[in-house]
Design a protein around this ligand. Structure first.
Ligand SMILES: [Cu+2]
Length: 158
């Protein structure tokens, strides 16, 4: 009886420590994913324009604007399926180091990045789905949006 109780206690302890290990999903080492916004030749696109994430993992989505125009990374469906830990604004120094200038926390739906700069969106996907509303809504000189010029993308959360 005593032995049986000891085994039960060990089992319960094991279960609780496993639950603790899963604990704070925003504090695991991030998976870094880089998406370039725009192209240096002036055309409008996300590169890559197909993204895949898994629920429960922490991602650092680096949005790097490599063009001469500002660009948005906008997706309502994506925002509804993730928990945002933070969005941070970074700046590359002349010596190549990336420094953080600001951090934003809370629900984020849209990030705009200016030419030559980058922002990092740290998040944990919490719901699966195929998301097709990734777009840049900026209006170009010809009055068509960047999305209409092809700056759209697809996100799959598994
Ligand atoms: Cu754009």
């Amino acid at each position: 009886m005593v032995r049986r109780r000891a085994i039960l206690a060990a089992t319960l302890l094991g279960a609780s420590s496993a639950a603790k290990a899963a604990g704070d999903l925003t504090r695991q080492p991030p998976v870094v994913v880089v998406v370039e916004l725009g192209r240096s030749d002036g055309s409008h696109a996300f590169e890559p324009n197909r993204l895949r994430f898994e629920t429960g993992r922490l991602y650092n989505l680096v949005l790097r604007n490599v063009s001469h125009d500002p660009h948005y990374f906008t997706s309502d469906e994506f925002a509804a399926r993730i928990f945002t830990r933070k969005v941070q604004v970074t700046q590359r120094q002349p010596d190549g180091r990336e420094v953080t200038l600001a951090e934003f926390k809370g629900v984020i739906r849209e990030v705009e990045v200016y030419p030559g700069h980058a922002a990092e969106w740290w998040f944990v996907p919490v719901a699966t789905g195929r998301i097709t509303d990734l777009r840049c809504g900026i209006v170009a000189a010809d009055r068509r949006t960047h999305a209409e010029h092809g700056m759209v993308g697809e996100i799959v959360i598994e």
